[in-house]
Write a protein that binds this ligand. Structure first.
Ligand SMILES: Cc1ncc(C[n+]2csc(CCOP(=O)(O)OP(=O)(O)O)c2C)c(N)n1
Length: 382
């Protein structure tokens, strides 16, 4: 296996990361970031902590549902809670989110229901929710495509004379895609009010970030004329501050901004992936020590704010959300397979009509075969 790991793309170099909470929970100061979180005291920090605990609980519950055969696939976010919660809590309701498949904590903050969160992963619907109800487009699996959507939306906002912004979430791997680079060119050229939020979780499936990035990812966008910030992505307060700063930059007509949140995917790429094949346990242990949830907990405990009662409240909230997720998931029924042909064309082309008829005939061929229907596990159906 090729392993190129210069101390650049994969780096957690202390000197390069903007940070407000140390790994041991100590509150640090940063003259650039501090003003953006001057209103964040213990109660607000407890809210961010609760969000992260809930996000992790959603993730473990969905992973368990996949292992129990109730979901086809799940893309875990464990390790990336601070990057997602800190950035999502910086958004206003009139901002618009364009994400990949891993931003389930962002979706939670935007108000996506637990049932909608798993619809697509259960295979019961082709898309998850109504974007305009929550200010968030449904996830994009095509790597980097959502960056173009975010820029297009931002250019529309600009032409409407509104002061909202859009935000594009993507991974380190997506920065190698043509789409992302085109999006950066357009955003810079038109001064679009968009924030590019890259979660550098160190891997694009099995490829370490150092393979594609010989310099920190945050060094790329200045070449397009877009200022960037490299922040500790496991520090929820620093991420909140950086995203508020970037959104303000975008909304006030100063143009796009790029944030690289340096974090780590503690779990597999998806539930189909085995990360032990491409990364070692020492690396994992090193990042576990930087756990974003533990860090905020340590901070709140050392200040005496996280009492047993408050911790119990957080755990109860996480349990309630997990229950909602499980019940919502199990209540979802499969759709008629033929509906895959619906709602794509207003006037269905002849070729697609023929394909639909052929598929309908194929499905019908199982009817009455020893009383066993499609999907019930017959050798023939497989
Ligand atoms: C255009 C395109 N090429 C390839 C893939 C296959 N693919 C799925 S996930 C992935 C890696 C993405 O890595 P990154 O952008 O770092 O995001 P992460 O999954 O780490 O959050 C790839 C190559 C795809 N979905 N779309």
């Amino acid at each position: 296996m090729l392993t190129i790991r210069p101390d650049t793309g994969t780096s957690t170099r202390e000197d390069q990361l903007a940070r407000l909470i140390a790994p041991d929970g100590q509150r640090l100061n940063d003259p650039d970031l501090d003003p953006w979180v001057a209103d964040v005291f213990e109660p607000q920090l407890l809210g961010l902590y609760e969000d992260m605990v809930v996000a992790r609980r959603i993730d473990t519950e969905a992973t368990a549902l996949q292992r129990q055969g109730q979901l086809v696939l799940w893309p875990p976010l464990i390790g990336q809670e601070a990057a997602q919660i800190g950035s999502a809590r910086a958004l206003r309701p009139d901002d618009f989110v364009f994400s990949s498949y891993r931003e389930n904590a962002v979706a939670y903050v935007r108000g996506v229901s637990m049932t909608d969160m798993v619809r697509v992963w259960r295979g019961s619907q082709f898309s998850g929710w109504n974007p305009f109800d929550v200010g968030m487009a449904t996830p994009t699996v095509i790597i980097g495509a959502q960056t173009l959507h975010a820029v297009g939306y931002a250019m529309g906002v600009q032409r409407d004379g509104a002061d909202a912004a859009s935000i594009a979430y993507f991974g380190d791997g997506a920065t190698s895609e043509g789409d992302t680079n085109e999006a950066l060119v357009f955003a810079a050229a038109y001064g679009a009010p968009v924030v590019f939020f890259c979660q550098n979780n160190q891997y694009a499936i099995s490829e370490p970030v150092g393979l594609q990035a010989r310099r920190p990812i945050a060094d790329r966008s200045p070449g397009f004329g877009i200022p960037s910030l490299r922040v500790d992505g496991n520090d929820v307060l620093a991420v909140l501050a950086a995203t508020r700063m970037a959104l303000d930059h975008a909304r006030t007509g100063t143009g796009p901004m790029f944030i690289e949140a340096v974090t780590y995917r503690l779990g597999p790429h998806t539930t189909s992936d085995d990360p032990t094949r491409y990364r070692d346990s020492d690396e994992l242990a090193q990042w576990r020590a930087l756990d974003p949830v533990e860090r905020t907990r340590a901070m709140l405990e050392s200040s005496g704010y996280l009492t047993e009662e408050r911790a119990a409240g957080v755990a109860a909230r996480a349990d309630a959300v997990a229950r909602e997720l499980r019940e919502g998931c199990l209540a979802l029924r499969p759709r008629d397979p033929l509906t895959i042909f619906d709602d794509v064309y207003a006037d269905v082309p002849e070729s697609l009509r023929r394909e639909r008829d052929a598929y309908a005939a194929y499905l019908a061929s199982f009817d009455g075969a020893d009383g066993i229907g499609v999907g019930e596990g017959t050798g023939a159906a497989r």
